[in-house]
Design a protein around this ligand. Structure first.
Ligand code: SAH
Length: 349
């Protein structure tokens, strides 16, 4: 029987399992403190448990964390990690330092099935969803790598579509926000989606506390469906009411991500559609100059074109507009440049 990962359990689940196994309730709290506060990475380190319990727990539970296979550091301080999972699949995770901020960008899937035309991850296709312990594992691993500095923000903007792995993502958020684990602030967790309507509705209904970001990238169906096949399934007319529904149930503004692609989504009509789509939603627009992906025929806008678009949008839109500085571009760690690696065996072939 394979071991259960301790990183996959809510505190209440650990309580229940340990009581079932004949332990006193306070043991579970001791273990959680070891895991989340005292950075223990093996049962041997848990010195307030007797040897017999430690051995028994070691037989039942795993504390495995993804391993760093490669690290790249950008000139701007962004660090990209290639992580190897237990089954030898790879994912990427990025640490982005900011002013009084340290943002961790994590993956939710190995690859992605959504096929966005401008994104490097989409070329991989989907290998599989990550498990809860692999999502929490990225956060714990990153915490080890940055200690004593603490991660202040977590964004589900790495590889994968979080809403295609929604139950696992929700459980992971519930674990990391739990007061007996990291007590991570809900305001500092952002889930970014390409616009999966049922997933957005479910997020609203489950009431999980987090901020929502939506990769809009075009506000005209005929353009959005070229960029993002998901738009054929969930066109803007379905996306909009889902976002309004979410918005009514969330205290936070929704962030619209809008990747700027030269000669494609930066014309007057595009901006007009963008204003119309976002104007009546409590939101802000984050514009992101497209980061070139090798072999792609899309073109990145010049700095002047980006500035002109930003200024015009800022003047004419009634929602806030921000520009996402491209971080870690020199190491392909910027938005949409995460392409991981294939499984080891496949690489050998
Ligand atoms: N699947 C989710 C999470 C990935 S987030 C989503 O689509 O939101 C990745 C973000 O980077 C998205 O906002 C996407 O629009 C953006 N992006 C993808 N490829 C990009 C590229 N080459 N340059 C700039 N931004 C890109």
């Amino acid at each position: 029987m394979s071991k259960i990962s301790l990183w996959s359990l809510l505190p209440e689940e650990l309580d229940a399992q340990l009581i079932q196994a004949g332990y006193k309730k306070f043991r579970s709290q001791q273990i959680l403190l070891w895991l989340y506060k005292q950075n223990a990475r093996s049962f041997t380190a848990m010195t307030n448990l007797d040897k017999k319990s430690r051995d028994e727990l070691d037989n039942l539970y795993s504390l495995y964390l993804p391993e760093v296979a490669e690290e790249q550091v950008s000139q701007d301080g962004t660090r990209k990690f290639l992580l190897q999972l237990q089954d030898a699949n790879y994912i990427e995770m990025v640490l982005i330092p900011g002013i009084e901020k340290l943002t961790l960008c994590i993956s939710s899937q190995v690859g992605c099935s959504r096929g966005c035309q401008f994104c490097a991850t989409s070329r991989l296709g989907l290998t599989r969803n990550l498990n809860t312990d692999e999502i929490i594992g990225q956060i714990i691993k990153a915490g080890q790598l940055t200690a004593p500095q603490k991660i202040t923000n977590i964004v589900f903007m790495g590889m994968g579509e979080p809403l295609d792995n929604l139950d696992t993502v929700i459980k992971s958020i519930n674990i990391l926000q739990h007061e007996r684990t990291l007590a991570f602030s809900p305001r500092r967790v952002t889930v970014s989606t390409c616009g999966i309507v049922p997933g957005i509705l479910k997020l609203a209904d489950t009431g999980v506390k987090m901020k929502l970001a939506v990769s809009l990238n075009a506000a005209l169906d005929e353009k959005r469906e070229i960029l993002m096949p998901v738009n054929q399934r969930y066109p803007l007319a379905q996306l909009k009411p889902a976002l309004l529904y979410f918005s009514r149930r969330s205290p936070h503004r929704i962030t619209f991500e809008y990747v700027l692609i030269k000669n494609f989504n930066m014309a007057k009509e595009d901006m007009k559609a963008l204003r119309a789509f976002t104007g009546d939603i409590s939101s802000k627009i984050n514009i992101i100059p497209w980061n070139p992906v090798p072999g792609s025929s899309w073109q990145a806008p010049s700095a002047e074109e980006v500035a002109a678009f930003q200024q015009e949008l800022y003047k004419t839109s009634n929602v806030a507009v921000t520009l996402r500085n491209s971080r870690g571009q020199d190491i392909s760690a910027a938005c949409g440049m995460l392409a991981g690696k294939k499984k080891k065996e496949e690489q050998k072939i």
